[in-house]
Design a protein around this ligand. Structure first.
Ligand code: DGL
Length: 262
């Protein structure tokens, strides 16, 4: 029996787990290595040059160490910048995570869509181009959040995060009124689905929240080809680049489909 393919999932922190959990659901046969570049978190606070200089060599080292069949960059702040550099430097297939503007604009009924991402993601040329190409007549509001990724990270680590702090980051997404108000919000940072219950509860009115993770999982599965019949039983690996001791293994296991974390 051949060894299961390794999928390496990379993010600045714990947000990429929202992408990983969909991939694990689609491909239980694979072996998973999750890398949180927490030594450099949050990416949203770094310049474009700093992110390219950090991510491209680091991903190269990870490929050399783990020999993945496929790498997922589960971070919008990085993917909107580094995918072409990675693809020209390494021959492994890559899947990125970019703001789901096309499906959001296609499904909005009021034609008012907000894109909630890090300050870096909403500033990117790549994001502007997605809007030019796929807004389909929608008015798109870009909302760059300075703190929401850190708040999500903190909440998942078991700390209290106040409603007020979340509302302050979320409020600018809600524009217009009556039939002309926002009806769709793109979750353009992989950390935000970690707070989805609270975002839903704290929103001033109901909207559709667009999370690209299921589409990414389908893409990964297509690229990997037919699944093996067995689930991987070897456990999964989680790597924090800070090498800080962490106590979250139990909390994080559900994202890995219950696999034991090494
Ligand atoms: N999870 C990352 C994203 O999808 C961003 C968080 C950060 O600022 O590092 O954009």
């Amino acid at each position: 029996m051949s060894a299961p393919p390794t999928i390496l999932v990379f993010d600045s922190g714990l947000g990429g787990l929202t992408v990983l959990r969909e991939i694990v659901g689609a491909r239980p046969d694979a072996h998973y290595v999750y890398v949180a570049d927490d030594a450099f978190f949050p990416y949203g606070h770094h310049s474009e040059e700093e992110i390219v200089a950090r991510v491209v060599p680091l991903v190269g080292e990870l490929i050399a160490r783990h020999a993945p069949a496929l790498v997922v960059i589960a971070c919008n702040t990085a993917s909107t910048l580094v995918m072409s550099y990675l693809r020209s430097a390494y021959s492994v297939p890559f899947v990125g995570t970019v703001p789901a503007i096309k499906p959001a604009c296609a499904s909005s009924r009021t034609k008012r869509v907000s894109v909630l991402g890090t300050k870096g993601t909403v500033k990117r040329e790549y994001t502007r181009r997605l809007i030019d190409d796929f807004a389909q007549g929608c008015e798109v509001t870009l909302v760059g959040s300075a703190e929401l990724a850190s708040l999500a990270e903190s909440a998942l680590s078991g700390n209290d995060v106040s409603d007020q702090d979340i509302v302050a980051e979320l409020a600018p997404c809600f524009v217009g009124n009556g039939d002309d108000r926002t009806d769709t919000v793109v979750l353009a940072c992989t950390h935000y689905p970690l707070l989805l219950d609270r975002l839903t509860r704290l929103a001033p009115w109901p909207v559709d929240w667009i999370d690209p993770a299921p589409a990414i999982a389908r893409r990964v599965s297509d690229l990997l080809g037919s699944p093996g019949r067995e689930s991987d039983t070897a456990g999964a690996e989680i790597i924090f680049t800070s090498r800080r001791p962490h106590t979250l293994s139990r909390t994080l296991m559900p994202f890995f489909g219950g696999r034991v974390l090494a």
